[in-house]
Write a protein that binds this ligand. Sequence first.
Ligand code: GLC
Length: 580
Amino acid sequence: MSDNAVQAFCDRKFGMFIHWGLYALPGGRYKGKTMDCIGEWFQSYFRMPNEEYAKFASKFNPVNFNADEWIRKAADAGIKYIVFTTKHHDGFCMYDTKVSDYNIVKMTPFGRDPLRELAEACRKYNVRLGVYYSHHLDWHEPDGGDPGTELGLNCGSMSWGNDWDFPDRSKKDFSRYFYGKVIPQVTELLTNYGEICELWCDCPMNIKPEFSRALRDLVKKLQPDCMINARIGNGCNDFQGLGDNQLLHSKSTLPIESPGTLNNTWGFKYDDHDWKPAAKVIEQLVSLTEKNANYLLNVGPNALGEFTPETDRIFSEIAEWMHGKEDAIFATRPTPFPQELDFAYCTRKGNQLNFFLRKTPSELKLDGILNRVVRADVEFQQNGETVTLKLPNLSGRTLPLISLEFDGEPRIRQELMPQNGTLLLSATSARIVEGKEARNSEGIEVDEAAIVHEVTNHAKIDRDGTLCDWNNPSDTLEWEISFPEGGNYALSAITQTRWKKQPWSGDRSLTLNWNDQTVCVEELLPETNFPSPYFTKKQSPVGVLHVPAGGRGKLVLQSPEIRSEDAGKINLNSIQISRI
Ligand code: GLC
């Protein structure tokens, strides 16, 4: 993988995922019942035999499909690449393949190859083409991947493999499917459609390393710069991936992408009306951008080949917002601040810092600024390491942009300090000290507090930067903080549910110490899990911190006492400190 390909991946920032297949036809409805899961899992949800599911093909005639229109809408909104479902878990191929007749060209009245038309439109609008390919699961094939039920069921109810048509797992020969379908089809995809920027594999589950490796070798032989996602399995990827709809809480040092939905499904569903407002989608894009991550935003076109009206509306609102801000998003570098700012997302291009304002007070104060600001979009003053910005009335606008130009590459003090009075402390910026019951990496108990950054048998930091599964009260998180001035600061804890997991159900009290004095022991508010099956946050006030004078100190957070066996575990997103 060349450095250029990795950099090009990072520079793209914004992609459009397209989930389109036969499942768009029923749109989640069957015999008077509506699915309560993601729409592209229709066949597994209703355990529909292949013979019956295949009948959708004879009705699939998306006469309004217009690749040019899809890609133009995407490009207008700033999209730099697409990832199209060439074969989802149902095994039906949405491109012209010689390997299986179970494809859109052979089996549908439509008879066209949408991938070819999309590839052409992508070239026209200077958008890169990527392909989603379900390399493990394939419900159409007797030998398709079937991890059984040991790994649970998807969304709690759906089989991963096709155990309704092919119940006898002992007869399944994954290798026959893999070398008979996956390898030749990925060869077609990477040979017949020009340059492919990403191969997007899915649901690796327990796929054996030899298969992930064989697939990787093939990709690297055919198109060395095609970036492979982490769901290929077994570490054969070129970039990392977040979970569906998962965001980051701190900067990523590795190339990473977050796939996100517009409502709660990937494939079209008639009955999912839970659309995200455009402002939220925009915020997610910018929040990921500043943390060095790409956003792969999904659309689920209907069976006529149309984007839903809500999709169109959201995309045109993004396009409107994006106008004039492209330069502050694409090919930018991540925020130089050591923490997320509560009042802005920040990106850098050359000597310029771009602030997308989450709050619009009349004045903003930045601290720890080590070089000179030479120009700004707004009135500013610089005194020592402090820059004060006077803002015009920007209220009511979605993440308005202001830029500051420096006399060189902007240098920011890499200490944790409040910016404009507020500091967000993430788990990744803490020193994690494991307490008495800690085990070292060999599993031997150690008596004294052992400092480990890679947490062992205690709490762990998830790939999004959340502290998860913390249930050992002798562990602590420590942050070294510099306060530019004394004062009273309100403390709050931001916790969140994790995808498909129950919210934290245990004892909800946290203890925070400031320079060895206990400042608060407070109950946290419960998170809510529904209606969204993804991640929900809750901010709980936990007390007031009195800082007598400017200077450094140490804030120590202790996990709650776990009193009962079945208590849930804390998922801590961050601790917020705000000047009162
Ligand atoms: C999950 C689903 C799959 C979907 C994907 C998108 O893995 O199983 O249907 O395509 O998420 O990220």
